[in-house]
Design a protein around this ligand. Structure first.
Ligand code: NAD
Ligand code: DGY
Length: 325
């Protein structure tokens, strides 16, 4: 097998980097890191494989990489890639579904619990030395068990979340998804409904669907207007699925009691974003899959995908059909 030029554009664990270096000529250059952008740009004209995540690989980047055949993303979401250009060019785009499912569902449920039981706010109260008497009603939270869990996007992660909600917390589940699927739960525990019905019926509305042309701006003023007073929104999908101005309005004027956000329009979240310090917002730095075990598993899968695809073999998971090499 001939050695090819591979661009690693995000930090990889040393064991995975070594696997690539054994077979190919590697340039490590993260365009977000000061001093590495030029090396990233200089590598593009000759690279045949790329591995990384979170940096936009758009038409402009792809134009500069005429020999590119394989991109291996260390993510399940593929919204950072120009899918039209990838398809047109016959580039194999691989990703890492499945290995992060349970970990992301854990974090989504943590956000459900943290927002309703005001975990971050109460911890700050103790840390700030304000616990000088028993906590009054103004700091009480709201129950989670038995409330209705609404899920938009009932794929791998949505279903793992539904299991936690229905079987662990006795919550009725409403779900809405593009492609109809059975709930995977015992009879009567979950109902597939329209988006309108999920919005109207849920105490917690969790978004866990891909960002696409169809889902950009999906949750806006009209959708917030349908939601229950006191509902809590959790966005574990992608920031632009929710219209930010409408979200701020819904937090200030209702119906939202709180929002748990792991994802934002612009990441990292700008320091002047009103969402950063909003008292009703639990903002996390896009960490759905960020555990030692899962990030290692994602990097391993992405590395395997890259190596297989560069050998002309089917990778473990890919968006595009296998191109001829
Ligand atoms: N916060 C994080 O760190 C994090 C981590 C992993 C994944 N994610 C996000 O979660 C998404 C889902 O991951 P997954 O592994 O469950 O993917 P998946 O493909 O298994 O599930 C996606 C679901 O969304 C549904 N869907 C697609 N378009 C829709 C639409 N227009 N309306 C309603 N439903 C629609 C699909 O039918 C499918 O059921 C990813 O695409 C990514 O954006 C975020
Ligand atoms: O899509 C994913 O896998 C996560 O959001 C990490 O980028």
């Amino acid at each position: 097998m001939s050695r090819r030029k591979v661009l690693v554009y995000r930090q990889l664990p040393p064991d995975q980097l070594a696997r690539i270096e054994q077979a190919h000529d590697v340039v490590v250059a993260n365009p977000r890191v000061d001093g590495q952008r030029d090396a990233f740009l200089n590598a593009l004209p000759t690279v045949e494989g790329m591995i990384g995540s979170s940096y936009p690989i758009d038409e402009e980047v792809l134009k500069q990489a005429p020999r590119l055949k394989v991109i291996s993303s260390i993510s399940v979401g593929l919204d950072k890639f120009s899918l039209h250009a990838v398809g047109r060019r016959g580039i194999m785009l691989c990703h890492t579904p499945g290995v992060l499912t349970e970990t992301v569902a854990d974090l989504l449920f943590a956000m459900v619990l943290a927002t309703s039981r005001r975990v971050a706010e109460l911890a700050r109260y103790v840390r700030d030395g304000r616990w000088d008497r028993s906590v009054g009603e103004d700091l009480y939270g709201w129950d989670v068990h038995g409330k209705t869990m609404g899920i938009v996007g009932y794929g791998r992660i949505g279903q793992a979340l539904a299991h936690r909600a229905a079987l662990g917390f006795n919550m009725p589940v409403l779900y809405h998804t593009r492609t109809p699927v059975p709930s995977g739960l015992p009879e009567g525990r979950a109902l597939a409904v329209t988006l309108r019905d999920v919005l109207m019926g849920s105490d917690f509305l969790v978004l866990v669907l891909p960002l696409t042309e169809q889902t950009r701006g999906l949750i806006g003023p009209q959708e917030f207007a349908l939601m229950k007073p006191g509902a809590i929104l959790i966005n574990g999908a992608r920031g632009p699925i929710v219209q930010e101005a409408a979200l701020l309005h819904a937090l200030q004027h209702g119906p939202l009691r709180a929002a748990g956000l792991d994802v934002f329009d612009t990441e990292p979240l700008p320091v002047d974003s009103p969402l950063r310090t909003h008292p009703k917002v639990l903002a996390l730095p896009h960490v759905g899959s960020a555990t030692h075990e899962t990030r290692q598993a994602m990097c391993e899968m992405a590395t395997t995908n890259l190596l297989l695809a560069l050998q002309g073999k089917p990778p473990l998971a890919a968006y595009a059909p296998v191109p001829s090499m």
